[in-house]
Design a protein around this ligand. Structure first.
Ligand code: DGL
Length: 259
C-alpha cells in the first residue's frame, strides 16, 4: 500500500509524525529528512523552495506516495502553495505556527512565537500575527541555531541550557502567558524551554492540527487505508554513508521519545 510522505529539513518533523501515527494508525509513513542541506531556516526563500520542490518530486513521483505532509514551518511558508499548484490532485498539508490557540488561551495574553529566522521574516507569519494582534501581545522570536541541537540529538545538555537561557532571558520566570513552538524541531527541546519560561506558561505547537487536517484531506480524496492492521514507518535521510545510518538511528530514538 502506498505511503504518506512526511518531509522536513531534518529530524524535527518527527514531532509531527508522532501525531500523524496517532491520528492515522493504519497508514504507512515514509519520513524523509534533508539533514544534508539543513538548516533551512537561515537560507533564502528561493533556496528553501527549490530544495523542498526537489524532495517532494522524489517522494510523490519516484516513490509514489499518496500524500505529503510538509512537516517543516520554514518549508511550508516557502513552498506549500507552489507544491499544491504542481500536484493539484494530491493531498498536501503544511504546518504553521499555532498562533491562534496560543492567543485565545486567555484574555489578552503575552504570546512568544519561537521560529526560524526565515519563518519569522515571511509574509505568511506576519499575516497570521496581524490577524490576532488585537487579541494579545504577540512577540516573534527568531531562534537561529536552536534546531542544530536537536539535529545532534542534544535535547537536555548544558550547551542547550546555556543557549536557551540567553535566548529566553527577557521572558523567563512566567513573563509570558504562552509560547508557540513554530519550528518542528523545537518540541524536542520543550522540557528545557518550559523550565526556563516558567511552569505557568502554556506551550503550543501545530502538530496535532496538521495530523487532523491530513486525515480530513485523505478522507475527502477517498485515500484512507481501510486495512485494520497497524501501518509501518520508514525513515530516510539525505546524508550519505555512516552519517545517514546515525541520523536514521536518531530518528528512531526521537520517534519513541515522550514529548
Ligand atoms: N524544522 C523546520 C521548521 O519547522 C526548520 C529547521 C531548519 O531547517 O532551520 O521550521
Amino acid at each position: 500500500m502506498s505511503s504518506i510522505a512526511v518531509f522536513d529539513s531534518g529530524v524535527g518533523g518527527i514531532s509531527v509524525l508522532k501525531e500523524l501515527v496517532k491520528v492515522l494508525p493504519n497508514e504507512n509513513f515514509l519520513f524523509y529528512g534533508d539533514s544534508k542541506n539543513a538548516p533551512y531556516g537561515t537560507k533564502t526563500l528561493d533556496e528553501v523552495r527549490k530544495l523542498t520542490c526537489e524532495h517532494a518530486k522524489k517522494l510523490l513521483v519516484d516513490d509514489g506516495c499518496k500524500g505529503l505532509v510538509v512537516a517543516c514551518n520554514t518549508a511550508t511558508s516557502a513552498a506549500v502553495r507552489v507544491l499544491r499548484e504542481m500536484y493539484p490532485n494530491v493531498p498536501i498539508v503544511g504546518i504553521e505556527p499555532a498562533v491562534k490557540p496560543a492567543v485565545l488561551c486567555k484574555e489578552h495574553p503575552k504570546v512568544l512565537v519561537m521560529a526560524t529566522p526565515m519563518t519569522i521574516s515571511q509574509e505568511k507569519l506576519r499575516k497570521l500575527i496581524d490577524k490576532y494582534s488585537d487579541k494579545g501581545d504577540i512577540i516573534p522570536l527568531p531562534c537561529p541555531g536552536l534546531m542544530d541541537f536537536v539535529e545532534r540529538g542534544d535535547l537536555e545538555g548544558e550547551d542547550l541550557r546555556k543557549y536557551l537561557t540567553e535566548l529566553l532571558y527577557e521572558y523567563r520566570d512566567n513573563k509570558v502567558d504562552s509560547v508557540v513552538l513554530g519550528c518542528t524541531h523545537y518540541p524536542f527541546a520543550k522540557k528545557l524551554i518550559q523550565e526556563i519560561l516558567g511552569d505557568k506558561v502554556l506551550v503550543f505547537d501545530g502538530a496535532e492540527g496538521t495530523a487532523r487536517e491530513m486525515k480530513r484531506r485523505l478522507q475527502e480524496a477517498d485515500l484512507l487505508e481501510n486495512a485494520e492492521n497497524k501501518g509501518v514507518v520508514e525513515f530516510r535521510n539525505s546524508l550519505d554513508g555512516e552519517k545517514n545510518e546515525q541520523k536514521v538511528q536518531l530518528c528512531e530514538r526521537l520517534f519513541t521519545r515522550v514529548l
